[in-house]
Design a protein around this ligand. Structure first.
Ligand code: PLP
Ligand code: COI
Length: 340
């Protein structure tokens, strides 16, 4: 265990760890797994990643459990989504077994950075793939680098599991209607920076994007999916332009397990009037409760938490999810991979 880190005060940021792992695709095949302590990568100045945005990534977490075992949450689901992202950008898909093997390896190598049980922190695993081939013409690369770094993190929003306010703005889109939103592509995040910074300047934690085609339905909430509780049901947007969140999928399952009906469908903005809870959900955000949603174009304010406190359904789902990830509750859906 690393004694220099104050685990309970960790922000969601980058902290150097001991190792990263890498694998290159050259001459039509993936090479050997390399272990590195170098924080830099050597890249050709004409690499497709730099010019034409051939970059995809993933985000998942490892937790130290009550029994001191290390668990990676929903490893295979992230491996699958990384493959889908690669297919979307005409990059070489990382075989799912290789993805899983390398994640387990990099966590094991950096075991001393997995935060202690009870600290509320976790080890964030960030796999990424980039196109290496030098090109000036707009064409996909033929060589790729797959790299995984890890870093211990605390909560994404400073309030932790406390309510924050978010806003709706119609002047920005992060993705196009049939664009790259369903894949985890670096460019989506570049396209979200202006809106995100604008929202932060106005005091909001994130932007609740509307669907980019009609601006009628709710889409995503910054770097997270969105759900709300309406008439006791868990409702979450169905859209071609949002990232299929592994956390959202997990919360939907937990809601069903708790006897809560789940609806994944188009949600109009004015339905927010009838919602009693809302939250942003994702690996980084977990389930971050929303207090108020301000529509900056109409001036309308939707109050989801009149007392400023997280609602009962969001709290129950959050606790259940954490209990499974920390080995406190039986993993009946087989979501955890134990790192031996
Ligand atoms: N949507 C976006 C845009 C994200 O960046 C993330 C984070 O990964 C999510 C949703 C949540 O996905 P997941 O729960 O798989 O982390
Ligand atoms: C995640 O939740 O893993 C994310 O990717 C969000 C983010 C920090 C980009």
């Amino acid at each position: 265990m690393n004694n220099e880190i104050d685990w309970s005060k960790l922000p969601f940021g980058y902290l150097r760890t001991d190792y990263n792992v890498r694998c290159e695709y050259r001459d039509g095949k993936w090479g050997e797994i390399q272990v590195s302590s170098d924080e830099n990568i050597n890249l050709h100045m004409a690499a497709t990643a730099l010019h034409y945005g051939q970059e995809i990534f993933e985000g998942l977490k490892a937790f130290r459990g009550k029994d001191n075992k290390i668990r990676i949450f929903r490893l295979k689901d992230n491996a699958r989504r990384m493959r889908e992202s690669a297919e979307g950008l005409l990059m070489e898909p990382v075989p799912e077994d290789l993805f899983c093997e390398m994640c387990k390896k990099v966590v094991k190598l950096n075991e001393r950075f997995v935060p202690p049980y009870g600290s509320g922190a976790s080890l964030y695993i960030r796999p990424l793939e980039i196109g290496l081939t030098a090109r000036v013409g707009v064409k996909p690369a033929e060589e790729f680098l797959f790299l995984i770094l890890v870093t211990p993190v605390g909560p994404y929003f400073k309030t932790g599991f406390g309510c924050t306010n978010i806003c709706i703005m119609r002047d920005y889109d992060r993705v196009a209607p049939k664009g790259t939103g369903r894949w985890k592509v670096g460019g989506n995040y570049a396209a979200s920076l202006q809106a995100g910074e604008h929202a932060h300047e106005l005091g909001y934690s994130a932007v609740l994007y509307l669907d980019p085609k009609e601006k009628k339905y709710l889409d995503e909430c910054g770097p997270a999916n969105f759900f709300a509780i309406k008439n006791g049901k868990y409702i979450t947007p169905a859209s071609d332009s949002i990232l299929p969140s592994v956390t959202n999928k997990s919360l939907m399952q937990l809601a069903r397990d708790m006897g809560i009906e789940v609806e994944q469908r188009h949600i109009t903005v004015d339905e927010l009037d009838d919602c009693t809870e809302a939250a942003a959900c994702g690996t980084a955000a977990v389930a971050s409760p929303v207090g108020e949603i301000h529509d900056l174009d109409t001036g309308k304010k939707y109050i989801l938490a009149p007392d400023g406190k997280p609602g009962p359904v969001t709290t129950a789902l959050y606790n259940r999810l954490n209990a499974i990830r920390l080995g406190e509750e039986e993993d009946i859906h087989g979501w955890n991979t134990i790192v031996e």
